[in-house]
Ligand binder design. Structure first.
Ligand code: SAM
Length: 213
């Protein structure tokens, strides 16, 4: 996150953080130790505020990892709300399911195992809110499926659109070249999409917010 906002700003904002849920804090520690990429806490707060205010009945998450953001979403859904989440890594699926059990929220969460590129075209019912957080090479195609699956006025929330600062950088390290190209192409398509009212916010690693027109 340091490449997007100044370290002193981040320290200042962190001083206001109120998270006290033991499971959430444990998953954050686990993710840090095992280097599992999860949504940064500032973006989680934005996500949670949108979920609490928009009250979506049906949420779709693309990229569960170990269930961190899924649990945050499930904790903030209204009584009749549910979150569907898609994950292709069997190692992550195992840990995510353990975390879902620990959260006590399994009645609100449904995990689809497999590649979102093949699962999404099979989903029939539309969603009120979609959170896209998968491999950057898949982002463009997943955008098409997400727009198809979003209800009118539904929200698309996308992580990593500033891509550790590389999206806007003049020079990109060779190991980030390919993923940065994908993010830049995605950003163009997302910002010019005729069916979305889109914006990219400098929160966390860059959050895309699109409202389905
Ligand atoms: C950044 S992590 C997700 C983090 C999670 N949303 C959170 O904040 O707790 C991305 C995850 O998406 C999964 N993934 C990437 N591309 C995918 C695809 N096309 N279909 C399903 N899962 C995918 C990866 O295996 C990885 O676990």
């Amino acid at each position: 996150m340091g490449e997007i906002i100044y370290e002193n700003q981040l320290r200042y904002l962190t001083s206001f953080r109120k998270e006290s849920d033991q499971l959430i804090l444990e998953i954050e520690t686990f993710a840090k130790e095992k280097r599992v990429p999860i949504l940064d806490w500032l973006s989680v707060e934005l996500l949670v505020n949108l979920i609490s205010s928009h009250k979506p009945k049906r949420v779709l998450e693309i990229g569960t990892a170990i269930g961190y953001s899924t649990i945050k979403i499930a904790q903030n859904l209204s009584k009749r709300g549910a979150v569907h989440t898609i994950e292709k890594s069997s190692d992550n699926i195992l840990i995510a399911n353990e975390n879902f059990q620990k959260s006590g929220l399994t009645d609100k969460i449904r995990l689809f195992e497999g590649d979102a590129l093949s699962i999404m075209p099979q989903l029939k019912k539309k969603y009120d809110f979609i959170f896209l957080d998968a491999d950057k090479e898949d982002y463009e195609n997943l955008l098409d499926y997400s727009v198809m699956l979003l209800k009118k006025r539904g929200i698309l929330f996308v992580d990593n659109l500033l891509w550790h600062g590389h999206a806007a950088a003049q020079r990109v390290p060779p190991s980030y070249k390919n993923s940065t190209d994908h993010i830049r192409k995605f950003n163009k398509k997302f910002m010019q999409h005729p069916k979305l009212q889109s914006t990219i916010l400098p929160v966390g690693d860059g959050i895309g917010l699109g409202v389905r027109l």
